[in-house]
Design a protein around this ligand. Structure first.
Ligand SMILES: Cc1cc2nc3c(=O)[nH]c(=O)nc-3n(C[C@H](O)[C@H](O)[C@H](O)COP(=O)(O)OP(=O)(O)OC[C@H]3O[C@@H](n4cnc5c(N)ncnc54)[C@H](O)[C@@H]3O)c2cc1C
Length: 422
């Protein structure tokens, strides 16, 4: 093991279990993620970033660690993490490889939404029973075979922001659906075994309606599925988020990840489901801060042992970063702890504020880290410049981009539902 890895291994948890009142079980699972991130993800991150290649071997290793099944309920053979525990574990992975943590989130959501979220929403007994049967099949694929699920919903129009129905459509036919459409920015494209798409169920002659959004797992090798376009972005390069095309793809009914109408209910009643992109960026914020402290102490792996911590300007910069990090952690921790069905207005506004804060502050802290550490710290042989580029991507991610969060907080703080200015 190299010195760099030893150093990572000694990293303190982002959220100390005692201070944040975590149970021993939570602490153990989060520690497992942190150790895995330090030992397995960190040494591979630079290459996947440079090559813009998907870290498939990380997912194989996550399968061996049980991490692909982190949110699969215990009674189904998974680790049974709740929303808060998942977010805290994901933040630990984000410290070491943003692209892996973000891609892992897409995979985990297929189990979180079909599991914990669906359990929280009302369904007829027969419908729940059918859902339990269907989801078991997905869970077995993940647990037994290490199947990887992606979560492509973006289309380049207004649907991903939640304002109109998805343009990708599923036409009901005997035994399932025929899917046609296009998804952009599909992380894990070409690597996932299943694409958990959001699409509009629409029979011949029916008008497209958001209430009929269907959450379907499309096998990557199904006839009519193709991956097109290139992927050479600023950051999060290892996510390999290319374009997916679906041309008359038959998807059996058994591949529904949620029953008819339940996704729409979830999106309106369980809004914290859209907070799951933030843990990766919480981890990146911590990583930028950690790097800065280690660098100024002359302890950053791969750098000469030069002390820079005695300069008052460096101390002030670190103090400002620390304050910003603690503010981010406090708000985010509160928001992920409040996730539930039918949250109060105050909780929803706090979730938007937390998402905005994490996404913007992760990049702000990384910017300050670069300025404070200086020119040698931006070399590609060190992780900071990757953290800086990766951290820029968070605010752009729908449905809760930084702009949309501001938009909603402003409107929902000033208007009660249904209120108008006459
Ligand atoms: C690294 C990375 C990985 C990604 N992975 C995935 C993935 O796996 N699956 C997936 O589905 N998507 C993924 N995305 C896509 C992402 O969620 C967005 O869909 C994508 O960045 C949208 O870009 P756009 O320019 O088309 O946005 P546009 O729709 O053109 O919007 C541009 C900006 O306008 C603002 N805006 C848009 N609509 C509204 C509105 N109604 N009200 C107010 N403001 C609005 C937003 O701030 C938005 O950022 C990924 C993105 C990145 C950067």
């Amino acid at each position: 093991m190299t010195g760099a890895i030893d150093n990572h291994d000694r990293a303190a948890p982002i959220f100390t279990p005692d201070a944040f009142r975590l149970t021993d079980q939570q602490a153990a699972l989060i520690a497992r993620a942190r150790t895995f991130g330090a030992r397995v993800l960190a040494p591979r991150a630079a290459e996947h970033d440079r090559e813009a290649s998907f870290p498939l071997e990380n997912f194989r290793d996550m399968h061996a660690q049980g991490l692909l099944a982190i949110c699969i309920p215990r009674e189904e053979g998974g680790l049974g993490a709740d929303f808060q525990t998942y977010c805290l574990a994901a933040a630990e992975l984000g410290r070491y490889c943003g692209a892996t943590a973000l891609s892992w989130n897409m995979h985990v959501c297929s189990t979180l939404w079909s599991g914990l979220l669906a359990d929280d929403l009302p369904m007829e007994a027969s419908e729940r029973n059918a859902h339990m049967q269907r989801r078991r099949k997905h869970y077995r694929r993940i647990i037994d075979d290490g199947a990887i699920y992606a979560q492509p919903f973006s289309e380049g129009g207004a649907a991903a922001a939640g304002t109109v129905a998805f343009g990708t459509e599923a036409r009901p036919v005997d035994g399932g659906f025929v899917v046609n459409g296009k998804k952009i920015f599909a992380s894990l494209s070409g690597a996932a075994d299943y694409y958990g798409i959001l699409c509009t169920e629409r029979a011949q002659g029916e008008v497209a309606n958001r209430r009929n959004t269907l959450y379907l797992a499309v096998a990557a090798n199904a006839p009519g599925v193709s991956v097109v376009g290139d992927w050479d972005p600023l950051g999060m390069r290892g996510t390999v988020s290319r374009t997916l095309l679906f041309k008359d793809v038959f998807v059996p009914e058994q591949e529904m990840l949620m029953p008819h109408g339940v996704y729409f209910q979830a999106a309106t009643r369980w809004p914290h489901m859209f907070l799951t992109l933030s843990p990766t960026y919480m981890g990146l914020a911590q990583a930028a801060y950690d790097f800065t402290v280690a660098y100024l102490r002359g302890e950053a792996p791969g750098t000469p042992r030069v002390l820079r911590r005695m300069y008052p300007t460096k101390q002030i910069a670190v103090a400002e970063m620390h304050i910003q990090l603690e503010q981010t952690k406090a708000l985010w921790f509160q928001a992920i702890t409040e996730a539930c069905a039918d949250p109060t207005k105050e909780q929803v506004l706090r979730a938007y504020a937390a998402q905005h804060t994490v996404m913007e502050n992760a990049n702000a802290i990384a910017v300050k880290a670069l300025r404070t550490c200086g020119g040698q710290a931006m070399l590609k042989s060190l992780p900071l410049e990757r953290i800086y580029r990766d951290s820029r991507c968070g605010s752009l991610m729908l449905p809760w981009t930084a702009e949309i969060c501001v938009d909603r907080i402003g409107r929902e703080a000033l208007y009660e539902p249904g209120e108008k200015d006459e």
